[in-house]
Design a binder for this molecule. Structure first.
Ligand SMILES: NC(=O)C1=CN([C@@H]2O[C@H](COP(=O)(O)OP(=O)(O)OC[C@H]3O[C@@H](n4cnc5c(N)ncnc54)[C@H](OP(=O)(O)O)[C@@H]3O)[C@@H](O)[C@H]2O)C=CC1
Ligand SMILES: CC(C)(CO)C(=O)C(=O)O
Length: 335
């Protein structure tokens, strides 16, 4: 099958390389040194799903061939430009938006009224730390769907094709699963602020306390918005309702579960990876989304607001903050 991957970074690069290994005809878009490296040496994947070098047709911005199925795998802030650039080629086909945050699928549907848009949540973790090279640090499922009911037929079909390359399944209540992933992504901010891996930040009691508090705050906002959390990554509506009201010492079981599922290979998280590359991060679509959802119902989300502000501070200063400084800055907000 002819498959296009728009934004072949950590997540898209993994999808592209594994679909190539499964025998599909893959074309990608990428930029700068990464694009040059893919053209010269191929797209090199290693880590959790083994090593493979793919040689996809690679271009900046616009796919070179019309795909029969496409994946959009940019960071949230780049998705609109990437989709618009490729809109003509995406008409009439299924387009899978692999993105954290709450708005990716909805925005794609608006931009591509003549395509079949499907959302996807990658539970695997991947690092794109040097041009042309992607490492899978945690191998795990990808879930596809749309809306709050059963998965639409196009999601089932797209999941079956992706599943030829990596574990992928269609799920019901995709909207609720996006919220569950937003709670999981509360672990992204601390590495971006401190420069440490996700595992290191969750192993530090003071930092874990903050992550637990931000997860609890985010979960309560979701519940106040009427969210029924979807079941992914060992979490579901029942566990997240527990997280929302549990004392913090008990609630930390959730970030500790995240750490255990991640395994031992250090995972910087996708937000820290952007910062290390000197790019603006996706934080406004992660902790920032919680602040926006809270504002919509006239509630504050001070911990998520502070974490968003600290990530922006690191983006501007170009220097990470020591864990003790982060703990001091958050202390007044923790009860
Ligand atoms: N990495 C991970 O482990 C996980 C990430 N996610 C989510 O998946 C999504 C993708 O993240 P990730 O793969 O880490 O991001 P990356 O930054 O690694 O990859 C995105 C790629 O898209 C490229 N890109 C952006 N805009 C365009 C464009 N207009 N044309 C061509 N290429 C473009 C970027 O180039 P450039 O670098 O030049 O901007 C980059 O190479 C995010 O929403 C993230 O939160 C979800 C689960 C795990
Ligand atoms: C869950 C996690 C941290 C896995 O890498 C992720 O989704 C991300 O990096 O954005």
């Amino acid at each position: 099958m002819r498959i296009g991957v728009i934004g072949a970074g950590a997540i898209g690069g993994t999808i592209a390389a594994l679909l190539d290994r499964a025998g599909h005809e893959v074309a990608v878009t990428a930029r700068g040194e990464h694009l040059a490296a893919i053209r010269e040496h191929g797209l090199q994947l290693d880590g959790g799903w083994g090593a493979h070098t793919a040689h996809p047709a690679a271009a900046a911005e616009t796919l070179t061939t019309a795909p029969e199925l496409a994946f959009v795998c940019t960071k949230a802030q780049d998705a609109e430009a990437a989709i618009t650039e490729n809109a003509a080629l995406l008409q009439g086909i299924t387009v899978v938006i692999v993105q954290n945050g709450l708005t990716g699928l909805h925005d794609a549907m608006r931009l591509l009224p003549h395509s079949h848009c499907v959302g996807a949540l990658a539970l695997y973790a991947a690092s794109f730390l040097s041009p042309g090279r992607v490492t899978v640090t945690t191998a795990a499922n990808t879930y596809l769907g749309a809306g709050s009911g059963d998965a639409p037929r196009v999601a089932v079909d797209a999941a079956r094709i992706l599943n030829s390359a990596m574990p992928a399944f269609a799920i019901p209540n995709f909207t609720g699963a996006q919220w569950t992933k937003l709670i999981v992504n509360q672990i992204n901010a601390m590495p971006a602020i401190t420069g440490l891996s996700v595992q290191e930040t969750l192993s530090d009691p003071a930092l874990r306390r903050i992550v637990t508090a931000s997860m609890q705050e985010a979960t309560r906002i979701g519940l106040a918005r009427g969210v029924h959390y979807g079941s992914i990554q060992g979490l579901d509506d029942r566990i997240l309702r527990f997280l929302a009201r549990a004392p913090r010492w008990a609630a930390q079981a959730v970030p500790l579960l995240m750490r255990r599922r991640m395994g031992a290979t250090p995972n910087p998280g996708s937000t820290l990876q952007s910062i290390r590359r000197g790019q603006l991060s996706e934080i406004d679509f992660l902790n920032g989304a919680v602040v926006a959802e809270a504002r919509a119902i006239g509630r504050p989300a001070p911990i998520n607001a502070m974490l968003t502000a600290l990530v922006h501070e690191v983006e501007v200063r170009g220097a990470f903050l020591p864990p003790a400084t982060v703990a001091d800055r958050l202390r007044p907000l923790l009860d």
